[in-house]
Design a protein around this ligand. Structure first.
Ligand code: OOG
Ligand code: MG
Length: 265
């Protein structure tokens, strides 16, 4: 059986970088290397982030969780959560019209963002430790754009592809976590004024901060931690929706307001 070599992982990272740059989907990595495990996939992800930081002249701004709700796990057929890295040049701001030209087959999903003002270093990080280190929460949306053909992947594939991350946006009216019960916080996600889905914070692993705690503990395996100033997306509360030019999306949460975004050609 072939084993994963550093050269192969470099090549995969390079291929995923080019797939995004050229907006060209590629075959999933496990089609060529079925024995690819999550651990090696995270190593590929780190190589990909290094390439992006160097060539796009950008920096890490935080992390994202993926596949933390049952809705998302069932939609994608992957039944474990993942994480990825957010970079500064992935951030979108309210009011801008976002062109879909750079995307392959982008989708958008409703999320809750956490903004940290303390370092969170595992192991043994709890939901309480996450809430204690969180400066603010805000409504968020994530644009995901898998680099794989037909948005189809296994756990290892999606990890290598930085958990499908593409762009993110979060509200600039920020809230303290003690103002709300994150589990019971209701959510309404709309596309072009019509309700697409409804959910509540508890859809994300029982409590969105529990998902963030899961990641903080995972990060210790590679000596990483959540840094002060980081933004962390805790994962979609409902299924992702395909984006077409002209589409308008909004997410509304009980107690922490709403967020809007519009796409163009
Ligand atoms: C993987 C990323 C999932 C989320 O919030 O669940 C994700 C995917 O569905 O392509 O970002
Ligand atoms: Mg997401």
């Amino acid at each position: 059986m072939k084993s994963v070599t550093a050269e192969w992982m470099d090549q995969v990272a390079e291929e995923l970088f080019e797939a995004e740059r050229q907006a060209q989907e590629v075959d999933k990595m496990t089609a060529r290397f079925p024995q690819l495990q999550a651990e090696n996939a995270y190593e590929i992800q780190r190589k990909l982030i290094k390439i992006k930081e160097e060539r796009e002249q950008t920096r890490r701004s935080g992390y994202k969780l993926g596949l933390t709700s049952r809705a998302k796990q069932e939609m994608m057929g992957v039944h474990e959560p993942t994480y990825g890295v957010l970079l500064e040049n992935m951030q979108l701001f309210e009011g801008e019209q976002v062109s879909i030209i750079p995307f392959i087959h982008a989708k958008i999903e409703p999320e809750i963002a956490f903004v940290f003002d303390k370092e969170v270093k595992g192991p043994a990080i709890t939901t309480a430790a996450i809430l204690d280190a969180t400066a603010y929460i805000a409504p968020a949306m994530e644009v995901i754009d898998s680099r794989y053909r037909n948005f189809n992947f296994t756990l290892a594939d999606v990890i290598a592809d930085n958990s499908s991350s593409s762009r993110y946006i979060f509200g600039e009216k920020l809230y303290r976590t003690n103002e709300v019960d994150l589990r019971l916080m209701g959510m309404v996600f709309k596309k072009n004024g019509e309700i697409e889905s409804t959910s509540a914070g508890a859809s994300v692993m029982g409590h969105p901060a529990r998902a963030v705690a899961w990641m903080a503990n995972k990060l210790t395996a590679t000596g990483q931690s959540i840094q002060p100033g980081d933004v962390v997306l805790s994962g979609a509360l409902a299924g992702a929706v395909t984006i077409a030019p002209g589409d308008h999306f909004s997410v509304q949460f009980d107690g922490i307001g709403s967020l809007d975004i519009t796409f163009k050609e």
